[in-house]
Design a protein around this ligand. Structure first.
Ligand code: FAD
Length: 371
């Protein structure tokens, strides 16, 4: 029985790894030509009960600990006028509740735990007939179970549901300061070891130190239209002019924050944030299922990768428990996944609502310090 996974992201690789640990081979088809073809983005915090549990099921918990950064849990929350509302520094002996890990390191850990030929690079899924996958280069592959782990813009999803991601009103721009300790020690001290958030009216800045000394910065604009990048006057293909325009858009913010933008290199990546409806389900269908963002794309507030990893691990365990009955395994997996991820989706939507609100910083403070 051939298990075929489309997408070598965190979820697809966690599934392949757990299957392998249970003596079941699966092939992962990935559209990128190699593991380094595309930057993997910044840091992720893996939660004890979801992402870390998946690493435990994958037999990679110690290896995960070796690459995790507990101090990355540090948090500073500020108002646009520079007022510090909250500072949480992680003590040396703190439990590893939500340690940060570099996404590329985590993906490499999963990739290295699989045999070389488990991932077939340069295979972009196009469509499926019953039992046969078709790739954009004209090649094909047989399958008994097809798992769509192909992320936010999943093509496999259409085999199960008509639902499509919709724009959330958030448009974000990613920037970054390389080697910040050496190039801008004052800004390095300001950002600290972990997360640095400034929440304003309809705008936010989040900066985060990465394992390689880079500080990755996201500037988000809320309640904006889907075509906002075309009308915002931010020339993303002209980094210096884009930085100048972004500084203009934050003219009423404390100059320390605009100094962060001025110090950035020429990385300018626009991201339009979309989500699937919270609680999306589909009738269980023989031979096809989804995991990760393909199944439940959420706002980027800390749940998506954790859910994708756990989806992969739990689907792997369900298939190992029912090796002769894939439909039963898929039903069991989907029942749990729908329930768990709709809870995570509702929590993410609540945080997104806070970020979007006029008094976002005070509401976020109350979220972190309830009562
Ligand atoms: C800016 C940002 C910050 C985030 N921060 C966090 C965070 O701090 N914590 C957290 O938990 N989550 C975070 N997320 C969400 C998280 O990144 C995703 O939920 C997670 O990566 C989903 O994993 P996945 O395996 O489902 O999909 P992906 O990681 O997107 O992997 C999908 C894979 O499928 C491949 N693929 C796509 N189409 C095809 C095709 N047709 N054929 C073959 N292969 C294909 C892609 O190339 C990719 O390798 C963030 C997201 C964003 C955008």
């Amino acid at each position: 029985m051939a298990i075929t996974i489309v997408g070598a992201g965190l979820g697809g690789l966690a599934l392949a790894r757990v299957l392998r640990m249970n003596g079941i081979d699966a092939v992962v088809y990935e559209k990128e030509p190699s593991r380094d073809a595309r930057g993997q983005g910044g840091m992720l915090d893996l939660h004890a009960e979801t992402g870390q549990r998946a690493m435990r099921e994958a037999g990679l918990f110690d290896e995960f600990h070796a690459i995790a950064r507990p101090e990355g849990q540090d948090l500073r929350l500020l108002e646009p006028d520079g007022t510090l509302l909250l500072q949480e520094d992680t003590p040396e002996d703190a439990p590893l509740d939500r340690p940060e890990v570099d996404r590329a390191d985590l993906r490499n850990l999963l990739l290295d735990s699989l045999p070389e030929d488990a991932v077939r690079w340069g295979h972009a899924f196009e469509h499926a007939d019953i039992g046969l996958l078709h790739f954009t280069d004209g090649s094909t592959a047989p399958y008994d179970l097809l798992v769509g782990a192909d992320g936010a813009d999943s093509r496999v999803r259409a085999l199960l549901t008509d639902a499509r991601p919709a724009h959330t009103g958030q448009n974000a721009i990613e920037l970054g300061i390389p080697d910040i300790d050496r190039t801008h020690p004052d800004l390095a001290a300001m950002v600290g070891r972990g997360n640095y958030w400034v929440l304003g009216d309809g705008k936010s800045l989040s900066a985060q130190r990465n394992g390689d000394g880079r500080v990755r910065i996201y500037l988000s604009f809320y309640n904006t239209a889907e075509d906002w990048f075309a009308t915002s006057g931010i020339p993303c293909d002209d980094p210096a002019a884009a930085r100048a325009r972004l500084i203009d858009l934050l003219a009423d913010w404390d100059p320390r924050f605009t100094a962060l933008i001025a110090a950035c290199d020429d990385t300018v990546v626009p991201r339009s944030i979309t989500t699937l409806p919270v609680g999306l389900t589909w009738p269980s269908t023989t031979g096809v299922t989804l995991l990760g963002d393909a199944a439940h794309l959420m706002p980027p507030v800390g749940q998506g990768a954790n859910m994708a990893l756990l989806d992969g691990a739990l689907l792997g365990l369900a298939l190992a428990a029912h090796p002769d009955d894939f439909p039963a395994a898929v039903k069991e997996y989907e029942r749990e996944m729908f329930e768990r991820t709709s809870v995570a989706g509702r929590l993410s939507a609540r945080i997104q609502e806070i970020l979007t609100s006029p008094d976002a910083s005070q509401k976020m403070l109350a979220f972190f310090q309830p009562g």
